[in-house]
Ligand binder design. Structure first.
Ligand SMILES: [Zn+2]
Length: 232
C-alpha cells in the first residue's frame, strides 16, 4: 500500500465517505450518493421532453431555446434537504455533484444545441460573503467542466439584496426582483447562446429578471437549467 493510499484509508476510517443526500449510508470510492437515495431521486422528464413544465412556466415571459430542471423539489423531501445543505450548511459538494448529473444529462440530450457560455444566477455580494460561495456558480462549474463551455461570472450582478422581503406583497416583491440585477461586459454576448444556471425554480421571477436585464443584447439566445423545480 502506498503512503497516499494508506493515508486515504486512514482518513476514511475517521471521516467515512457518506452519501451527500442522506448523510447516513457510507459509499464506496467515487460515489457521491447511495443507491437507495439515487433510486428515490424525483427526476423530471425535462431532458427527454422539450415542451416540459419548466418551459411552459416561462411561456410569454422568456423565449427559451431549451429549459430543464433535474429534480422536483417537494416541500419536505430528499431534494429540499439537499438544497438546504447547499445553501445554508456550506455543503457545496452537493451542488457540484448534482451539477455533474446535469452536465451528463445535457451531454446525452438529443437535439440540444450547445450554448456558448454558462451564466450562473448571481447572489448579492453580502450573501456570498456569508455563505462563502454562490451555489449556482458551484452547479455551473460542474456543467462547465463536463460540457467544456466557459462560465461567465462578469456579466450578471445582483445589486440589491432581496432576502428580507417576506413581508412585502407579491407585486412589490416582483418589482424588487426585477430591479435587483445589473449587467456588465455584455458585448461578448452578441449573437451568442447562453445557459442560465440556478438552484431552484419557484415562480421563475429570478430567471425572468436576469433575462430582462439582458434584453438589449442583440440576437441573444437563452436556455435555462436548474437543479430543481418547485412542486407543491
Ligand atoms: Zn443516501
Amino acid at each position: 500500500m502506498t503512503a497516499r493510499k494508506y493515508l486515504k484509508s486512514l482518513l476514511e476510517l475517521f471521516y467515512p465517505n457518506l452519501c451527500l443526500c442522506c448523510a447516513q449510508r457510507s459509499l464506496s470510492q467515487g460515489q457521491s450518493f447511495c443507491i437507495p437515495c439515487l433510486h428515490q431521486f424525483p427526476l423530471t422528464n425535462h431532458f427527454e421532453m422539450d415542451d416540459n413544465e419548466l418551459v411552459q412556466r416561462f411561456l410569454g415571459r422568456v423565449k427559451l431555446e431549451a429549459g430543464m430542471a433535474l429534480l422536483y423539489n417537494y416541500k419536505s423531501g430528499l431534494v429540499s434537504g439537499m438544497i438546504h445543505q447547499l445553501k445554508y450548511k456550506r455543503n457545496k459538494f452537493v451542488g457540484s455533484e448534482l451539477g455533474i448529473l446535469i452536465g451528463d444529462k445535457l451531454k446525452e440530450k438529443d437535439n440540444f444545441i450547445m450554448p456558448d457560455y454558462i451564466l450562473p444566477v448571481p447572489i448579492h455580494p453580502k450573501r456570498r460573503k456569508k455563505r462563502g460561495y454562490n451555489q449556482s456558480e458551484i452547479i455551473g462549474q460542474s456543467i462547465s467542466t463536463i460540457l467544456n463551455i466557459p462560465m461567465l461570472t462578469d456579466v450578471l450582478f445582483k445589486k440589491i439584496s432581496t432576502t428580507t422581503q417576506t413581508k412585502k406583497s407579491r407585486v412589490d416583491r416582483m418589482n424588487n426582483i426585477f430591479k435587483s440585477f445589473s449587467v456588465k461586459n455584455t458585448e461578448q454576448l452578441t449573437g451568442k447562446h447562453i445557459l442560465i444556471v440556478d438552484d431552484v425554480m419557484t415562480t421563475g421571477a429570478t430567471i425572468e429578471a436576469c433575462a430582462e436585464s439582458l434584453k438589449d443584447v442583440v440576437d441573444l439566445k437563452i436556455s435555462v437549467v436548474t437543479l430543481a423545480i418547485a412542486k407543491s
